[in-house]
Every structure is written in C-alpha cells, then in structure tokens.
Design a binder for this molecule. Structure first.
Ligand code: IPD
Ligand code: CA
Length: 270
C-alpha cells in the first residue's frame, strides 16, 4: 500500500511541477499575498494544488487532503494527504530555481510516503516507510559524526515581522557556534538537503505540516532524526533535522539561544 501511495504522489508531483514551471509569472507584481505583505501566492499555487487534489480523489475518493492553498477534505479511508503545491513561492516568483512540490501520505497518524520534487532541477526525493530515501532513484543518507561546531545548518523564516525579529535574535546567538548558516527558501528542499548531506542540519519555527510532512519522512528514511521542541515530534513550534546526536545538540543550543534572547521560544500563532 505504501508503494502505491508513493507512486501516486510521484506522478502527481511531476505533473503539477511541470504545470508550475509553465505558469511561472514574469514579474513579482503579478502575484498577490496572503498571511502577510511578504507572503506571495500565485495562480500556479492554486492550480497545482487543485491538480493534485483532483488527482488523488480521482483514484482514492475516500482519502482526506490538507493543502497549503486551502484544500481541507475529510476522508473515511484512514489515509490523509498533506500537499504543498509550491514550497518556496517567493523563489518561484523571483525566478530562483529552488522550489518544490511536496506531497505526503499519512496512514493511522504516521507518514508512510513522501515526495519532494524540484521541477527546475528535475530532482525527485522520495521515501516510503522502512524502505529508505532516494534522490532520482539513488539511495541517500544524512551526514554522521559532524559536531555542532562543524555543522552547516539550514534555516528559514516565516512571514510575520514579529516572528522574524525573534528568529534574528536566536540566530545571533547560534551563528558563532556552527560552521555556517544557509537559507534556501524552501523548507521541503531544506529537509531533503539534510537527507542527502548537502546540509548537516536544519531548523525552523512556524512551519506547517504541509511544509515538512514529506521531508520529515525523507530525512528519517535517510537515517536522520526530526525533532520538535524539547525533543517532542516536529510541530509548528519547532522542526530540527539532522543525524540524531546533532539534532539533540542543535535542539539544546536553540533552547539556550531562545532563553538568552529572552524569547522563550515561539509557540506559533497560526
Ligand atoms: C515557505 C518556505 C520557506 C520557509 C517558510 C515557508 P511557502 O513555504 O518553505 O523556506 O522559510 O516558513 O512558509 O510559503 O513558500 O510555501
Ligand atoms: Ca510551504
């Protein structure tokens, strides 16, 4: 069953990704915004989500679907899908070729299949539960034995100015403790970067489940660990990804950075 869900997700990610590339607007001015003035959304986001939703329901009409652009379909089959039609919409509208379609399937509360597809680079990251993680069909794995002080760490920021002020304060404390920081602009691709060793670690607060569901499985199937706040599961409050000891050390460092920055960690507002 997990293989079938993965196969369906791969087909839809490729189709939606190709449509997205074809629809890319010529200028940032043609887009509108949603959660804040800096949060872009395009016709392609909505169109791709609709394509994916219809593609799932055409084959599996009893599944539930939650999508970034508003899909909220209840199901009865026990299978739920999390869809981000374009993760990295700001990159998309600026013509930066770092964005992805992200699709994950959950069965009885556990993610069992995940696909992240960058249609610009034609990189397809896949994972099915207990079957490893792959980039274009080749097995991938996280880096190991990298300590925090040698770690290349990815991160990202949400769209609310007040949250970004906190992110900046936390980074000011963390940056002297690590090799360096990267901000690609797509949480799904950040997680895949960890899964294949392009990053040693990644963290972000304020992510939604459609941003990280597929990448979470891909990281864990690549031998890594994803943690939330205080060692809990990833959530809106925190996503940390790395090999297990580094994930824990980064979590401890972030907690200290949050306390030192006197913010106590964000609890997430939406
Ligand atoms: C965003 C990207 C970005 C991350 C933001 C996300 P979107 O997703 O993943 O890298 O920092 O938190 O909201 O809005 O482009 O789908
Ligand atoms: Ca997203």
């Amino acid at each position: 069953m997990n293989d079938e869900l993965l196969e369906l997700a791969v087909g839809l990610a490729r189709t939606a990704g190709a449509a997205t590339v074809a629809m890319r607007p010529d200028a940032i001015g043609t887009t509108t915004t949603k959660s804040s003035d800096t949060d872009p959304v395009t016709e392609a986001d909505r169109h791709a989500e609709q394509m994916i939703t219809e593609g799932i329901l055409g084959v599996r009409p009893d599944d539930a679907i939650v999508g970034e652009e508003g899909a909220g379909i209840d199901g009865t089959s026990g299978v739920s899908w999390y869809v981000d039609p374009i993760d990295g919409t700001a990159n998309y509208v600026y013509g930066i070729p770092i964005y992805a379609v992200s699709i994950a399937a959950e069965v009885d509360g556990s993610i069992v299949a995940g696909v992240v597809y960058n249609p610009e680079s034609d990189e397809l990251f896949t994972a099915a539960k207990d079957q490893g993680a792959y980039r274009n069909g080749t097995a991938i794995s996280v880096t190991t034995d990298i300590a925090l002080n040698r770690a290349l760490v990815g991160t990202g920021f949400g769209y609310k100015p007040e949250d970004r002020a906190i992110d900046g304060a936390v980074i000011a404390h963390l940056l002297p403790q690590i090799r360096d920081l990267r901000r690609l602009g797509s949480a799904a691709l950040d997680l895949c970067a960890v899964a294949m060793g392009r990053f040693d670690a990644y963290f972000e607060t304020g992510l939604h489940v459609w941003d990280y569901a597929a990448g979470w499985l891909i990281v864990e199937e690549a031998g890594g660990r994803c943690l939330g706040r205080d060692g809990a599961e990833p959530s809106l409050q925190m996503m940390i990804a790395a090999h297990s000891p580094l994930a824990k050390d980064l979590g401890d460092a972030l907690k200290l950075a949050q306390e030192t920055a006197s913010v106590g960690g964000r609890v997430g507002t939406d």
